[in-house]
Design a protein around this ligand. Structure first.
Ligand code: S3P
Length: 168
């Protein structure tokens, strides 16, 4: 089976959906941010602060090449900017989790550890900037996706089921 790659904006629920898909199937999941943090032995926040965004994007491209070459039949959740890697479509079936900015913002704020969720995301420090980034990226996510799923108002279990049905 081809890999399934989840893309979408920060906080839309890529990680939660990935964990639910793992529960509902025999798939194993990887997360590109987790791979990068473990490669660097420091947090995304630290990588951005100490080495800059371009350094981080280069690591994303390196991970993307490795995924294309070495990984099959796996569920891959990604950071919100990973969709820009040039070989995305060669990694597997690209699934875009889509939701309006307000839905995403409210989802983060509803989390018991909302402050931490925001703090760990360098590009979500200024809400207006994040809103603009969401606006800029929305069309691009859709363009690179094989499947777009509107996640607003849906339970995580329902989204996972929908994805598994569509990729079969
Ligand atoms: C980013 C999203 C983050 C992380 C980094 C950059 C982005 O991942 O990769 O902070 O460019 O949208 P999440 O989507 O998991 O927050």
């Amino acid at each position: 089976m081809k890999n399934i790659i989840l893309i979408g904006f920060m906080g839309v629920g890529k990680g939660s959906v990935a964990r639910e898909i793992v529960k509902q199937s025999d798939l194993v999941a990887l997360d590109t941010d987790d791979i990068i943090e473990s490669m660097e032995n420091r947090s995304i926040k630290k990588i951005f602060a100490e080495s800059g965004e371009e350094y981080f994007r280069a690591l994303e491209r390196k991970v993307a090449l490795w995924l294309q070459k070495e990984v099959d039949g796996t569920l891959i959740s990604t950071g919100g900017g990973f969709f820009k890697v040039p070989n995305l479509s060669k990694i597997g079936t690209v699934v875009y989790l889509s939701a309006p900015f307000e839905t995403i913002h409210n989802r983060i704020l509803a989390h018991p550890d909302a402050a931490k969720k925001l703090r760990k995301r360098p590009l979500f420090q200024d809400i207006e900037k994040a809103r603009k980034l969401h606006e800029e990226r929305a069309a691009h996510y859709k363009k690179v996706a094989d499947i777009t799923i509107d996640v607003s108002g849906k339970e995580i279990s329902e989204i996972a089921k929908e994805i598994l049905k569509k990729v079969k």
